[in-house]
Design a protein around this ligand. Structure first.
Ligand SMILES: O=C(O)CCC(=O)C(=O)O
Ligand SMILES: [Fe+2]
Length: 326
């Protein structure tokens, strides 16, 4: 599941030139140097999650060849024959591997290959075999990006003062999805939205794109900003379940993707959460009389049920979880 399947905000007319988001760049290697550098980095990550809902990481240790390999495998999959892709088409959104090239409310102009990625041994046998290197290249990336994601989540949970052991255990057994996205080159003048505004269901999403196209909605101004991402950086943003777990300290990030004017674009989004049936609730440590619980608990399974039941209304998943305080 790449994303919550709905429009979270009314469609906004895209503008030609957006300002870039002032993006905090986090030196990931400093998480593992001295305890002082770790504390500083944890503070930087927490500030970024709280104020803007996203940041980028560099020096994360994922080799360039592995990142390039994942993007190449993605491009080659989308360029493979319609017959080899058709095997993965299914109306059943609960399938662990699914290809979707129909354009709906969310995917305006996007093809999506979504697959589960953890535990890798359990799922890799279901992944595409066309191109023949797909499993090896995407598999290597899945393992490495998960290591980075879990370390970032450790840092986030530490910044919130939460019980690490319980959460780490749930994350070790937790879900990882890869949403492998493909967007055609734009054919029209101006800006064309390929993937409509939405937020992602999990705790965090890590995105590796082949070129610019990601846009994020700034929390305080509600205006769109473009994301500039150096080729060795990974973009990270807050998802719905981190908003729930942090009891609203961190807010899910609304984002979208626009088509590139000169080339096709691919991106690989890695989404991380608890196991399928594990409920995510606002952490007890963050709830008291002054800070009442703001969200209902829910699991990934509940999220899928929400998508299936939500036919005619535009309510987003996070909205459906909010407890009214008035
Ligand atoms: O293509 C992108 O940069 C964004 C992808 C995305 O938002 C998703 O897969 O949920
Ligand atoms: Fe997304």
């Amino acid at each position: 599941m790449s994303a919550t399947m709905y429009n979270l905000v009314p469609p906004l007319v895209p503008v030609e030139r957006l300002e870039p988001m002032q993006m905090p760049v986090i030196d990931f290697s400093k998480l593992h140097q001295t305890s002082k550098s770790r504390s500083l980095v944890i503070r930087e990550i927490a500030t970024a999650c709280r104020d803007i809902g996203c940041f980028q990481v560099i020096n994360h240790g994922i080799r360039k060849s592995v990142m390039k390999g994942a993007l190449q495998a993605a491009s080659e999959f989308f360029e493979s024959s319609p017959k080899s892709k058709a095997k993965f088409i299914s109306p059943d959104i609960t399938k662990p591997v699914r290809y979707d090239c129909s354009n709906d409310g969310l995917s305006k102009s996007r093809s999506l290959l979504k697959h589960y990625a953890h535990p890798l041994d359990e799922w890799i046998h279901f992944w595409p075999q066309e191109p023949p290197s797909y499993r090896e290249k995407m598999g290597k990336y899945a393992v490495e990006i998960r290591r980075v994601a879990l370390d970032i989540l450790d840092a986030i949970f530490q910044s919130l003062g939460l019980h690490q052991a319980y959460i780490r255990e749930k994350l070790e057994q937790g879900m990882q999805f890869l949403a492998v996205n493909s967007y055609p080159q734009s054919t029209k003048p101006g800006v064309t939205v390929g993937l409509a505004p939405h937020s992602d269901y999990g705790f965090i999403t890590l995105i590796l794109p082949s070129c610019p196209g990601l846009e994020v909605m700034e929390h305080h101004t509600k205006s769109w900003k473009t994301v500039l991402q150096p080729s060795d950086a990974i973009h990270v943003h807050v998802g719905d379940h981190l908003e729930v777990l942090s009891n609203g300290i961190f807010r899910t990030l609304v984002h979208r993707a626009v088509l590139h004017s000169e080339k096709n674009r691919v991106s690989v989004a890695s989404i991380h959460g608890f196991p399928m049936d594990e409920k995510v609730k606002s952490a007890g440590e963050l709830v008291d009389e002054e800070h009442p619980k703001l969200y209902r608990e829910s699991s990934f399974k509940d999220f899928l049920d929400f998508l299936l039941s939500r036919r005619n209304n535009n309510e987003s998943y996070i909205e459906s979880l909010r407890i009214s305080t008035i």
